[in-house]
Design a protein around this ligand. Structure first.
Ligand SMILES: [Zn+2]
Length: 601
């Protein structure tokens, strides 16, 4: 029988592995006195450090979320690993020998460790792809392409860029010879689900995606010869047990040290953008892996940076991604700047055409997000008219809402006034009126006890319905079949709805899952408060959901009707044709009135 890890090994790890440096990989710690270290908690999102590491007693404790434990538990939680894996990781890192009792070292441990086996598979595959690119005739086209785009030999090696051969059966044969079983390969993400001998990537330029420790865990492949049924420009590895897209940044392994030293990070969209920055010495750039930016990704850098620089495409999709990222970062109290590239469509093109210094200069002259947004609003609306100014101001108010400090809010209101030539007092009054109006939104409460102390969160019919869906997951399906995120006017209901969509997508829809992905303690408190107060029961939850849907639909139709009424009032009848048109509008209004009435029942 195989032995188990001896108690003295465990004790030795607890005493000799440096807990401060291990925790310091995830959050910035500062020594307060003696052996007391403090920082922002890596388990929950916060702005002031309530996470304490006692280097004397070798444990950590968070005064905010009460997470606590020793170094082994910390590694287990952070790396989502088992007890044995955590011990092995630490033993390796601090060169502490593992002793076994009651038998020899178990071979099984290694074999059971599927993650490590996957990583070995991906590492080998990446090396082979790299060899094909650098050394073979079939990789020559790909090598020419990437060299023409300006990547150096050194960069190709550092990022292990490769070429997946056009022969879709080659990889399977190669890996079989390396003793990987068919069964293991079938679920590895490297082969087609339906045709397990056919490789997922073929005739593509391959970008390995590394985990934080620099091991290959996935691939992104760029098409070289668009043709046939699958001509997607980029193809990415599917989600796998050892590769979670939402929690991974491309190049984070190369960037993490520099992110900490520089206290800033560049978010970009593509592999090439990110690699170009690194080649120019701007080594704090990371890229999202074929998905929109997620809260989990922001959490990876949240505790280390003061500023996020955004470098997304200048097309419509890129602009939307920029706006979304600004809001996400601001809500977490991170400053944001936007890099506006000139002289090329992406960083690689600028590097190629104008060189490293030019790209660096453009990064250094990134503009503040508020300036960026005001410029965009100035282009979007006719801000020389009162109506245009109002629309622009209203949209900018959403940004001001996301800011976490009153001083910042104040100075952005001033900035708004200056940008569109509005009186500062009028801007502030409008902003305050809007906030008060929100707080007055008809609040339908099950009973008074559920009134929240937090004045910022309005528990109206919208929010009540979404919280009901937290308690009753089946109801969320009904809610989302009738409504989408944009239907919600209550910002917290909107936010929670979006969070539930994310949880559903990740198939993590239990109450603890949802609460742990909600980073706003005030909202969490309202959710747990309302649910534990027994507001939702089997016999009333359907009605609550129905109320929410009606409430929203009714508001939408009322808004339509009000616009229509205004139009009718301002309508000037001159010709016979005008009369007909006006009648049509009146008929439409009657129809809307009817709908509102039926929803009010
Ligand atoms: Zn905490």
């Amino acid at each position: 029988m195989a032995g188990r890890i001896s108690q003295d090994t465990i004790t030795s790890i607890r005493n000799n592995a440096d807990i401060v440096s291990v925790v310091g990989e995830y959050t910035k710690l500062t020594r307060k006195s003696g052996n007391d270290w403090w920082g922002c908690c890596p388990f929950h999102s916060e702005k002031t450090g309530s996470f304490h590491v006692d280097n004397d007693k070798k444990f950590y404790y968070c005064f905010g979320c009460h997470a606590s434990g020793d170094i082994i538990k910390f590694v287990m939680e952070m790396e989502k690993s088992t007890y044995v894996e955590a011990i092995e990781t630490l033993a390796k890192k601090f060169a502490i020998p593992i002793r076994y009792e009651d038998g020899p070292a178990p071979e099984i441990v290694k074999k059971d460790n599927k993650n490590e086996e996957y990583i070995e598979l991906y590492e080998r595959t990446a090396s082979m792809f790299h060899y094909f690119l650098m050394e073979t005739e079939q990789g020559k086209f790909a090598l020419d392409y990437i060299t023409k785009r300006g990547l150096t030999q050194e960069t190709l090696e550092k990022f292990k860029i490769g070429y997946a051969p056009a022969d879709r059966k080659w990889l399977k044969g190669f890996l079989r010879k390396k003793n990987f079983s068919d069964e293991f390969l079938r679920d590895s993400g490297l082969f087609s689900k339906n045709y397990p001998d056919i490789s997922f990537f073929s005739d593509r330029l391959m970008f390995p995606i590394f985990n934080r420790n620099g091991k290959v865990v996935a691939f992104g492949g760029r098409i070289l010869h668009p043709q046939g049924d699958d001509d997607r420009k980029y193809l990415n590895s599917p989600e796998l047990a050892h590769y979670k897209k939402r929690e991974t940044f491309f190049a984070f392994n190369f960037a993490k040290q520099s992110i900490r030293t520089n206290k800033k990070v560049i978010f970009c969209e593509g592999f090439m953008d990110c690699i170009a920055y690194h080649q120019c010495g701007i080594d704090y750039a990371v890229a999202t892996c074929g998905t929109a930016l997620t809260d989990e990704q922001i959490n990876l850098i949240h505790n280390f940076v003061d500023t996020v620089l955004l470098s997304f495409d200048s097309d419509g999709a890129g602009q939307n991604a920029t706006l979304k990222a600004i809001m996400m970062c601001r809500r977490k109290d991170i400053s944001v700047k936007v890099i506006q590239l000139k002289g090329g469509k992406d960083p690689a093109e600028i590097m190629l055409n104008f060189g490293k210094e030019n790209l660096t200069a453009q990064v250094n002259s990134a503009i503040l997000d508020s300036d960026y947004l005001l410029n965009k609003l100035g282009e979007k609306y006719p801000v020389d008219t009162p109506e245009g100014k109002t629309k622009a101001a209203l949209e900018f108010f959403d940004y001001i809402d996301a800011l976490q400090s009153d001083i910042q809010k104040d100075s952005c209101l001033d900035q708004l006034g200056q940008a569109f030539n509005l009186k500062p007092e009028a801007v502030k009054r409008d902003f305050l009126n809007r906030q008060q109006a929100r707080e007055r939104v008809s609040t339908i409460r099950p009973n008074n006890r559920q009134e929240t102390k937090n004045a910022q969160i309005t528990l109206n019919a919208e929010l009540r319905g979404v919280i009901a869906a937290v308690a009753y997951p089946d109801q969320f399906k009904i809610l989302r079949s009738k409504l989408n995120e944009n239907d919600f006017k209550n910002p917290d209901a909107k936010r929670l709805f979006r969070l539930l969509e994310n949880c559903l997508e990740r198939q993590a829809f239990s109450i603890p899952d949802i609460l742990s992905s909600c980073d706003d303690p005030a909202l969490t408190q309202v959710i747990t408060g309302v649910i534990s107060d027994g507001a939702y029961r089997d016999d009333n939850v359907s009605a609550i959901i129905e109320d929410t849907i009606k409430f929203i639909k009714k508001n939408q139709i009322e808004e339509q009707r009000n616009n229509l009424t205004k139009k009718i009032r301002e309508y000037i009848v001159v010709t016979e044709d005008d009369k007909i048109q006006l009648n049509k509008l009146l008929e439409l209004k009657v129809e809307l009135d009817k709908q509102i009435q039926s929803l009010s029942k």
